[in-house]
Design a protein around this ligand. Structure first.
Ligand code: S3P
Length: 175
């Protein structure tokens, strides 16, 4: 049974890498945010607006407990998933967890464009975004680093790099 959960900060490439890995392994791919959006027929920003971050975190935990029971899947968690409740411990018990690690500078490059889809980043200037990434990454790092495996994805940028990352991931996990 192969169950892999990718974790890491927003913009680290969890979804991109997860999809590519799932395609190579011929396994179904799940993205926790997409699953939540389908289940609740609401976008993530709508859920934040209607239920607040606390409400979102409760939903996220419930849905995690559902999806992380599926067998033979690749799952991308949300950037905050490992940092609430006992989610990190739970994920380590259920799956091979991999932290896709990237520097604040790389995350900033990836997040600059997609700010509006992410409620935590909405409305921030570039400078505020950079500060927010540095600060929240420092708070989250102790959770992320509990993953069973860590892969540095700072170089993920074009097609070849995604392929290289998938290759490294397969070597790391021996799959
Ligand atoms: C969040 C990350 C998002 C999404 C929500 C909150 C976070 O997922 O779950 O906007 O707290 O880091 P991605 O990491 O897929 O953007």
């Amino acid at each position: 049974m192969t169950r892999i959960i990718l974790i890491g900060y927003m913009g680290a490439g969890k979804t991109t890498v997860g999809k590519a890995l799932a395609r190579e392994l011929g396994l179904p791919f799940y993205d926790l945010d997409w699953y939540i959006e389908e289940r609740f027929r609401r976008t993530i920003p709508q859920i934040f607006a209607e239920k607040g971050e606390d409400g979102f975190r409760r939903i996220e935990q419930n849905v995690l407990h559902e999806v992380a029971e599926f067998e033979d899947i690749i799952l991308s968690s949300g950037g905050g998933t490992p940092c609430f409740f006992d989610n990190m411990e739970y994920m380590n018990g259920q799956a091979m967890t991999v932290y896709l690690k990237a520097t604040p500078e790389i995350l900033f490059q990836h997040l600059k464009m997609g700010k509006t889809e992410r409620p935590l980043l909405k409305g921030k200037t570039d400078e505020e975004l950079m500060d927010f990434i540095r600060q929240s990454l420092a708070v989250r790092e102790p959770f992320y680093s509990q993953a069973r495996y860590t892969l540095d994805v700072s170089l993920l940028d074009d097609y070849n790099k995604i392929k290289d990352t998938v290759r490294l991931l397969r070597e790391l996990l021996n799959i």
